[in-house]
Design a protein around this ligand. Sequence first.
Ligand code: NHR
Ligand code: GAR
Length: 221
Amino acid sequence: MIDHPKARLAILISGRGSNLQVFIDACASGELEADIALVVSNKPDAAGLQRATRAGLATGCIDHRDYATREEFDQALVDALLPLQPDLVILAGFMRILTPVFIRPFYGRLLNIHPSLLPKYPGLNTHQRALDAGDGEAGVTVHFVTLELDGGPPVIQARVSVVAGDTAESLAERVINREHIIYPIAARWHLQGRLKLKDEGAYLDGDPIPPTGIQYHENLA
Ligand code: NHR
Ligand code: GAR
């Protein structure tokens, strides 16, 4: 029998790392047939780095403040990741806008999770913006990363209702539970070769994914 080496993930973080933890757990349980080859933070004090170390993973910190330009920072990221030949690069609460220097070498193998119902609210402070607009629902979108910030094709989107008295914090708490469900599903599709980025569009099993992504439901697998 041919021994297929496991797929390799690289995960970029900036903070707490709860999404990273979900990937650590999914790789350990076999839900994802992958190893996490490296966890990189742009912030030295990111709590997620400790989660990674606790799980016995290789970690690195590439502090954006050590680089004069975004391109030089991105090149340092590329230099750290490229030798590992990751099958998939996961942005998990990563907070630096990436330039073509990073995106080109990983194009089609780069996913992000963004806490809004894209195309609504790209950028920062998404939950507060949804509340300020009086939206009845909020949510989260996994999407391919392209040059356009939070503008790459959506893969999966999960919605939650906004309830009376919601704050950005209470909403974020409900949304993050959904994040932890949909992100590993999208990653698994990609590792299985089912999810592709083609001509700037996302495809699952050869079929174009709708412009706001596949809507999450309980039987999605
Ligand atoms: N890069 C590209 N080219 N395309 C995307 O879609 C990206 C990306 C980099 C990060 C994540 C994104 C999010 O999900 C992401 C998607 C950071 C900012 C930001 O303004 C905006 C969106 C996202 C991440 N960052 C500030 C900056 O100057 C710094 C903010 C901070 O450090 O707190 O880079 O929301
Ligand atoms: C998540 O809610 C993620 O969607 C969001 O940050 C949080 C990270 O949490 N991402 C962004 O806002 C990207 N700009 P985590 O560190 O616990 O995974």
